[in-house]
Design a protein around this ligand. Structure first.
Ligand SMILES: [Zn+2]
Length: 387
């Protein structure tokens, strides 16, 4: 049985639970003392585990308590939105060590945007080894291929090879993920939740679904794209969506659509940030539209909530800063339509992680990837110094 185990199994125990003694590892893993000793010494030699001072160890015996050394390396994460991105160097437990934000226009295409991301990565260099790169994008991602596919808003990004673009700059795996998925992972892992829906409400609208602790990607990775599902309440005049279809949820509740409506009544708004500002200043027209947008989003997710039964719906993205004005509409519709048992312990709230949710989630996803058996073997082969 010991033969089927791997260093990554032992490492997972520390990543989930924090400090453990040698005896704890034997009890939790069911492995023999000899195997546990071997695993612990390999992981300690690689720097992924560190002996803890003041543990049970006495009188010159080797330390018998260890901890996961999340600072062993960093993951560079870029959470790209339609009008800006956040980059962060995160440790292997997802904690951001250094971060920066930039304003961009995602329509300027992948090369222009990724050049700015690279520049920002260099500006936040912590001097640590880089074990992975993660790029979150506001569009559908074919996860296995690490590519954005047919993004409704990201002109020029369709099937662009993001990993190949980074290859000359970093000798590390590159992962591409949908931004809302990354946010859902962050909520689940930071708050230790198994069942979460993350709603990103910005220029566009997206949802990330984590259930039973796993991202629900669907067959190709496109699950959760609620922005282009059909809105329940529609005007008599069909509203054109930027994806080319009509009456999508986004065409009523996306930042760009609210902006379009405000312009039609003579209120100049350029971007989600302006909408938030108008709401904060109590502009009645804007408040009315944001509340209506909340109801459209609430309708769009109510059935999803009944089907999947999340514990938490976490809102992020620029429009989430409209707080209650947006949230009341979402709550109203979800509580009205979803079944009582489903809504009994349901929390619908703004993410406590703020705009770091994306980069934190990306760091978790990449850490899982680089610390799984096959990739960990490569790291151990490279870093373990045998004596
Ligand atoms: Zn659409």
């Amino acid at each position: 049985m010991d033969g089927g185990s791997h260093e990554s199994d032992v490492l997972s125990l520390f990543r989930e639970r924090g400090q453990l003694s040698r005896t704890d590892v034997i009890a939790l893993s069911g492995l023999s003392r000899t195997t546990v000793n071997h695993r612990l010494s390999t992981l300690t030699a690689s720097g992924l585990l560190v002996p803890v001072e003041g543990g049970e160890s006495t009188g010159g015996r080797p330390s018998s308590r260890f901890d996961f050394s999340a600072r062993r390396a960093v993951i560079l994460c870029a959470d790209i939105g339609a009008t800006g991105f956040t980059v962060a160097a995160c440790d292997l437990s997802g904690a951001p060590l250094a971060d920066a934000e930039r304003t961009i226009d995602v329509w300027s295409g992948p090369e222009a945007v990724l050049s700015l991301v690279l520049e920002a990565f260099r500006a936040i260099d912590t001097g640590d080894e880089v074990w992975g790169i993660a790029v979150g994008v506001p569009g559908p991602v074919e996860f296995a291929a690490h590519r954005v596919v047919n993004p409704p808003i990201m002109t020029g990004w369709d099937r662009f090879d993001i990993a190949a673009w980074f290859a000359p700059h970093y000798d590390a795996p590159v992962l591409v993920e949908n931004d809302a998925n990354a946010r859902a992972v962050a909520e689940a892992r930071v708050h230790r939740l198994d069942n979460v829906i993350a709603l990103k409400l910005g220029t566009g609208i997206g949802a990330g679904l984590v259930f039973n602790g796993q991202i629900i990607r669907g067959d190709k990775g496109a699950a959760g794209d609620i922005g282009h599902t059909r809105a329940t309440i529609v005007d008599s005049e069909p509203r054109e969506c930027r994806c080319g279809s009509f009456d999508c949820v986004e065409a009523y509740a996306g930042g760009w659509a609210i902006e379009r409506e405000l312009r039609e009544v003579g209120i100049p708004a350029a971007g989600a940030r302006d909408i938030v500002e108008l709401v904060r200043n109590g502009d009645i027209e804007t408040v009315r539209r944001v509340r209506a947008a909340g109801r459209v989003v609430g309708d769009a997710i109510a059935d999803l909530v009944s089907i999947l039964n999340p514990r938490v719906i976490a809102l992020s993205g620029m429009l989430a800063e409209c707080d209650e004005n947006l949230m009341s509409g979402i709550r109203e519709r979800v509580y009205q339509r979803a079944t009582p048992l489903v809504t009994r312990d349901l929390t619908i709230a703004r993410s406590t992680l703020g705009e770091h949710a994306g980069v934190i989630g990306l760091a978790y996803i990449v850490s899982d990837e680089v610390l799984r058996p096959s990739s960990l073997d490569r790291i151990l082969a490279r870093t373990t110094v045998r004596v």
